[in-house]
Design a protein around this ligand. Structure first.
Ligand SMILES: [Zn+2]
Length: 112
């Protein structure tokens, strides 16, 4: 989908750098190699930009703007962002996105 390609085009300029590879490892260590949303430690872990690179390129290498997320949580967050194309991030929107993410987590049926 077009919006997703746009997202990756922006983050690629960051993630293709040596600097990012070093920072990525620092973030993984900081977060204990676990998804900050669901605590998943197995599977594919990705580094998510809390403020998307396309909105805040100045925060691309700021550890405070990075969080470890598993692939499903990262995809879900990206999809929420892409569903709201406004380039302006506000605390209200962040809170809303978090509330939606929490809701999605909480409504999943418990297994085992
Ligand atoms: Zn997760």
């Amino acid at each position: 989908m077009a919006m997703n390609r746009e997202h990756h085009r922006h983050s690629k300029r960051v993630t293709a750098t040596k600097r990012w590879q070093v920072l990525r490892h620092l973030i993984l260590e900081r977060d204990g190699w676990a998804c900050v949303d669901c605590g998943q430690t197995r599977g594919r872990l990705e580094i998510d930009h809390i403020q998307p690179v396309r909105n805040r390129p100045d925060l691309a290498f700021d550890p405070a703007n990075c969080a470890t997320r598993c692939s499903p949580c990262h995809t879900r967050k990206t999809r929420i962002e892409c569903g709201h194309p406004s380039p302006i991030q506000t605390p209200e929107r962040d809170a809303w996105a978090q509330a939606v993410a929490d809701l999605a987590t909480n409504t999943q049926p418990a297994k085992g």
